[in-house]
Design a protein around this ligand. Sequence first.
Ligand code: BDP
Length: 677
Amino acid sequence: MKNLTILCLFFSLCITTKAEDGHSLWLRMIESKQSATVRIDNAMPSATLDIAADELEKYWRQSGNIYLQLSDIVSVENDGFVITRKGDNFSITAPTELGLLYGAYELLRQQSTDNIIKKGGTFISHPYFQYRILNHWDNLNGTIERGFAGRSIFSKDGKTSINSKIIEEYARANASIGINGTVVNNVNASPQILTDANLFRLTDVANILRPYGIRLYLSANFASPMVIDTLKTADPLNPDVRKWWAEKVDHIYKLIPDFGGFLVKANSEGQPGPMDFGRTHADGANMLADALQPYGGIVMWRAFVYAADSPDRANQAYDEFMPLDGKFRPNVILQVKNGPIDFQPREPVSPLFYSIRHTNIMPEFQITQEYTGENVHTCFLATMWSEFFNEVSKADNALFRDTEGTTAIAGVANIGDSRNWCGSDMAQANWYAFGRLAWNPNSTDKQIASEWLMQTFSKAPDFVEPMTTLLCQTHEAVVNYMMPMGLHHIFAGNHHYGPEPWYAPKGVRSDWTPPYYHKADSIGLGFDRTTTGSSNVLQYPNSLSKDLNDIHKCPEKYLLYFHHTPWDFKMNNQKTMWENLCLTYDEGISQAEGFVKAWQSVEQFIDHERYTHQLTLFRRQANDAWWWRDACLLYFQQFSKRPFPTTCPAPRHTLQELMKFQLRMDNYTSAEKFKTP
Ligand code: BDP
């Protein structure tokens, strides 16, 4: 008897403390004891349907049968599906095999979130965006630009073979959230990606992705014909150059028949482009589009362009691309970052989304947290992306207008070869959220957070409710302690983790230094983008620009983005701008400190490994919040010459100390020691 008790205790301990390394992502499904009966009607055998059936057979734990039916149902577009339930039986109907696979994952998600459709019910779903694409900034040598989760899963040294098991797990995870494309190399593209050695290797990758409905795309370097071949020019109007690309594309399609197309960063941050040859972005994009068109491929042409030392970087993409609207081929999509500057914690929407009328346009989000705390800070980006969709839908715009055009969305991936894929468990939520919002941009951050938490950690309401609240606060908290009220780009000079509002060494181009953006002086703080300043407001539709131009009407979250605001300017809450700035930084700190406490209160629901790892990260996030607040407020105080409001706690550091030591993600221990006693 005693032995039995010990044995039981041992087993129960094993269950509660089962090691969790985060590798299963949101797919921690429990296998069914007896496999479900799945019948496939109306379809030829296919690898995609096999996956759908296998998943259901393995993980569907309810009684009854599931029928998968291929059928041309009018109510469903793209790769959508309909699930119906009669008694205990379910049928998934879709016009495409991929639709059936998506339907299978939906049913399993409903099971994992205790939300299975009721008897007699019908569930119809189809993706909003046709192309839902991850952009990997992976280099051929295996490093990842702005990656915080280890090394590339696609490239090692450009030669070694890939890990097929990992690629398949990656494909499955993506298919489960509806992602249907992946660009596997960095936008700062090595021309070598188009050599046979790499194309052959990537053919193996594409073969693994295909049954999961994921097409492979490549970032192309515009100068490729000159670098990997002997052409003297890459001029897009030169017949030899056009022929070179046409032949290259033809060759790629022989290897990868469902190749998706090219992503191009041209004439941006030193990358080659058509303007090097006196041609326009449209000439360059169209040349590639013509090569891809016979095979159904697309070109995603990035609008992230800005020249050195221009008076306002925010104006440039619009100035360069608006005159070209309507000049692009139908299989070109302009890929535009959500904000006009660069993936900042908060920016207004890029005006191109309101103004481009005759060209396909797609948003680019950054899932990897380059500017929101890397793999240390929890910043649930669904909140920010929903804010983008809400703002865009306020005015007549290209994304939510009924057009004949193509709809697409891209997210810069946060995936690497670290065991938990994303470098932290919480960062997985952003990969998940990107997929779910690309499928349905009307989903709320709350819905996405709670379903992700249920699948990734625990379904206990006492866990899900407080953690949903926590996740949905994280973005605002990060904005508050890093760059509130419209501040932007005040990051450290050579990385984007910690603050350096003072960074402005001689010889560095001014638009790569924070003072260019915050413009602190004795009068006030913020960039004047009104009609008395850079006139950036005029790039917005009239309905928006009038308010943005008026300091009393501009939304306060964008105040310092659009206005050089006097320190004593009265905010809506009657505080001065300076007081409000101080209080907002402090609010960010209290929020971050609150995350530590909230996490501690749900310890019982989480495995020890993920609990302790995340606790360390939340503690560090709270400490970093102090660092940000002290650095920014003490630095700005030199200009405001005003005291902190009396309710503000004393700084933990002095400005001199903060300026001597750079807060980076990899030097926490020394940063910890570096505190004013
Ligand atoms: C910036 C990144 C840089 C990228 C660039 C881009 O710092 O590494 O190459 O964006 O999007 O945010 O091209």
